[in-house]
Design a protein around this ligand. Structure first.
Ligand code: C5P
Ligand code: C5P
Ligand code: ZN
Length: 479
């Protein structure tokens, strides 16, 4: 048995144990309140948990939240009359949770690194507890899916939603734009169930049905500055590169391009990036595995798992979380139409926010960090996506941490991202943000490669200086 296999076996044992406990609580006729994060992975995990309880006939309610503060606020007067179920959130704040729930049972299905002390009333499934990296090997939706499947084999039909969650959390970034580790196991469940097809290709959304310029403009993962979110610029780019977008009166689609045309497109993108001073590594991120949900209608935004994730993100970040959860649970018709409209709107807003964030006047460089301050201009709900997209362009280089900020009500929302190179050197953004936020009286945490914080408005400068200082220390110590 290989090391991986024995680690997975241990983790899957934990999954089984949690499923048995959940079964016992359902049999005792307890009620559940699911708290999920409001990003794509969070909504995916909330949808899978909802289906899990729905199928068993259990009483439950689902609430999506912006962060742990919202949950702690909701649980302020908690009296143990229901069982809180945290999906894609919770492990990073064990002490705070224990403080509010006392010794009542709690379920945590998460992939964030556990921080603090757990207690025996907490049923926690988390890959880190078995030595598996939750930043890229399995998402919150993946953990929730495995538990749901252990409870009822029929839940295999939700494996594509777990793939959507993983892609929403950009877990394909480490390994040449493909999922690996436990995520691969879930992809195989989807393929075996006849729900998914995986192919290596250009990653533009809707490659088999969207006109090429629309496919280019609608793709936000990867985000290509100057093209993503702007159909007319995508169209002129294709003209410049010399790609025929029409066959007679009919728009051509990406899947119709031959190898020569694909090469032309790829080289054209390299040139476009170089003209913006961006590294060619971004173009390499344009090729990878396409995860296609074959049971979805080809003309919807649900067919490509990456685009499905963008759609959920759009729902969550525009305050329409319930629309995203409902679609991920399987609702279609008007709800899908509504979600698609939200995504179209969101793409434009995001492209504008990124354009603002990339301006010189929004940026400030310190020794180990690049700071982007969205102030009141960038919606704080968009700052996480802005940070992820900008870091994916590679524009910040590999040697500095990216800190993006935007004003929220009474506080500042911070999203930080690091490069793979810095992670290899021992950097852990989750730890850095937790510590820097603590120093200024805020709250922070997350993964090694992506973390966030909420800090008091008046402590912005001090916070940034602390992140820079702790980053320097961590890099120095690891040498
Ligand atoms: O809370 P959660 O784990 O779901 O969020 C992870 C966040 O980290 C996502 O916003 C995702 O976009 C970001 N991420 C990133 N780059 C990576 C991995 C994750 O920006 N390589
Ligand atoms: O909000 P954003 O996507 O930038 O967060 C990056 C990661 O940090 C996510 O996994 C999120 O759950 C986590 N985070 C956290 N504590 C906070 C803010 C964010 O653990 N206070
Ligand atoms: Zn997640």
């Amino acid at each position: 048995m290989s090391l991986d296999e024995s680690i997975y076996r241990e983790f899957l044992g934990e999954v089984e144990r949690a499923a048995e406990e959940i079964r016992r609580l359902i049999d005792e006729d307890r009620s559940f309140v699911i708290f999920c994060h409001n990003d794509a992975d969070g909504l995916s995990s909330g949808a899978i948990a909802s289906i899990m309880f729905l199928k068993e006939g259990a009483r439950f309610l689902t609430r999506s939240v912006g962060g742990i503060d919202d949950i702690l606020e909701d649980l302020k007067d908690f009296s143990g009359d229901f069982i809180p179920v945290f999906t894609d959130i919770g492990s990073g704040y064990l002490d705070e949770i224990v403080k509010v729930v006392g010794d009542s049972p709690v379920i945590i299905l998460d992939h964030h690194e556990p921080v603090g002390e757990s207690s025996k009333n907490i049923i926690q499934v988390n890959p880190h507890l078995c030595g598996i990296n939750g930043a890229d090997e399995i998402s919150g939706a993946g953990v929730t899916y495995l538990v749901a499947k252990a409870l009822n084999e029929e839940n295999v039909s939700y494996s594509p939603i777990a793939v959507v969650g993983a892609l929403g959390d950009l877990q394909d970034r480490i390994d040449g734009r493909s999922l690996h580790g436990l995520n691969e196991l879930i992809v195989n469940d989807s393929i075996d169930a006849g729900l998914m097809k995986v192919e290596e290709d250009l990653l533009f959304y809707g490659r088999s049905y969207k006109p090429i310029h629309i496919a280019l403009a609608s793709t936000t993962n990867p985000f290509i500055p100057g093209i993503s979110g702007d159909e007319s610029r995508a169209y002129s780019f294709l003209m410049d590169v010399g790609i025929k977008v029409k066959e007679g009166d009919r728009w051509k689609v990406l899947a119709e391009l031959d190898e020569d045309e694909k090469k032309k497109l790829y080289n054209g993108l390299m040139k476009h990036l170089a003209s913006l001073g961006l590294p060619p590594s971004l173009a390499r991120g344009i090729i990878g595995k396409v995860y296609e949900l074959v049971k979805e209608e080809p003309w919807t935004y649900l067919r490509d798992a990456r685009e499905f994730a963008s759609l959920l993100n759009a729902c969550g970040k525009t305050g329409n979380d319930w629309v995203g959860i409902a679609v991920a649970m399987g609702n279609r018709a008007e709800l899908l139409e509504k979600a698609q409209e939200l995504l179209e709107d969101y793409r434009i807003k995001l492209a504008r926010a990124i354009e603002y964030a990339m301006r010189d006047e929004s940026k400030q460089e310190l020794k180990h960090t690049v700071v982007i301050d969205g102030g009141d201009v960038i919606d704080h709900k968009l700052i996480s996506s802005v940070a992820s997209m900008i870091s994916s362009t590679g524009i910040m280089g590999e040697d500095k941490v990216l800190i993006a900020m935007a004003s929220a009500e009474g506080s500042i929302k911070v999203s930080a991202r690091a490069s793979k190179k810095l992670i290899k050197m021992g950097l852990d953004l989750g730890k850095i943000l937790k510590e820097a936020a603590r120093i200024v009286g805020g709250r922070g945490g997350g993964h090694d490669i992506a973390a966030g914080a909420e800090i008091p408005k008046i402590k912005k400068t001090l916070f940034v200086l602390e992140v820079d200082r702790i980053t320097g220390e961590m890099l120095g110590n690891s040498k």
